[in-house]
Ligand binder design. Sequence first.
Ligand code: SF4
Ligand code: MG
Length: 331
Amino acid sequence: MNTVLDIKNLSIEVNTKKSKYNVVEGVNLSIGKKMKYGIVGESGSGKSLTSLAIMNLLPDVLKVSKGSITLNTEKSKELTKLSKREMQKIRGNEISMIFQEPMTALDPLYTIEHQLLEVLKFHTNYSKKEMRELGLDMLNKVGISRGKEIFKSYPHQLSGGMRQRVIIAMALICQPKLLIADEPTTALDVTIQAQILDLMNDLSETHDTSILMITHDLGVILETCERVAVLYAGQVMEETTVEQLFTNPSHPYTQGLLKSIRSLGDHKNTLYSIPGNVPTPAQYENMGCRFSSRCPHAMEICKSKEPSMYTVEKDHTSKCWLHEEEGVAYG
Ligand code: SF4
Ligand code: MG
């Protein structure tokens, strides 16, 4: 088996007394061993929910309503079918996650040593001495040389960049096969961002860890990932290698995203942003293509019928009617 994670036809549903609809629909993606895979999308696109579904941490009003999430480590496991207890054994051990906000991921009341070793206590049988050694070694690997001093510190005594290094150390200390990083650098300033991304890249190489990078920032994807899925309004609009996405973007939404980041560096042009608003999940049904209200190429059919996912070239799919002629449809 060459993949670590396979998501097949995943839908996530909101189910309250008042309403019932899908917030994520029909998501397919496969993350190869040691691969760095990106999911890019605006807020509300469903990217964070997809990662929470993998971790089995969806809030109570949401549930996986369709599809499967298979983790292929020593044995294949269908994660949506596991009990809370079985999932606890996997979280922090086979799959780790780095959340958006480093401050909330650390407990202000405990020292760094306590929090870092807690993960090992839960998942291993190491002695206290072994755990301390592993902890210090891990801090060293994330670029914290004064480990013993940092061990005694509380989160508020560290800078944002340091806290994020500690979080990465916590996420990697059990050598997970998959690390999910949800906007891991958004709260940090640009120089620290670059350092943290470099660090994650290096660590994934040395630990054979696959990374699922969740971000709204195509620049982060370009710097860190090999493959990418572009999410919009709960659906994958385009899926391909990062190189193909940047050199030959096929979906009008991706083209708009690229145009807006390219105009950032171009002072002659005013900043481009895609006109209009993202539809809300309650509007998804019966709107045909979910990008139709904002798409400069929208045709009559786009407003009434949802497009298929078409193969536009090797390793490259796009969910758009424009590819109906040249592409091969599936799904
Ligand atoms: Fe635009 Fe139509 Fe393609 Fe949707 S299906 S992205 S509306 S051209
Ligand atoms: Mg999010």
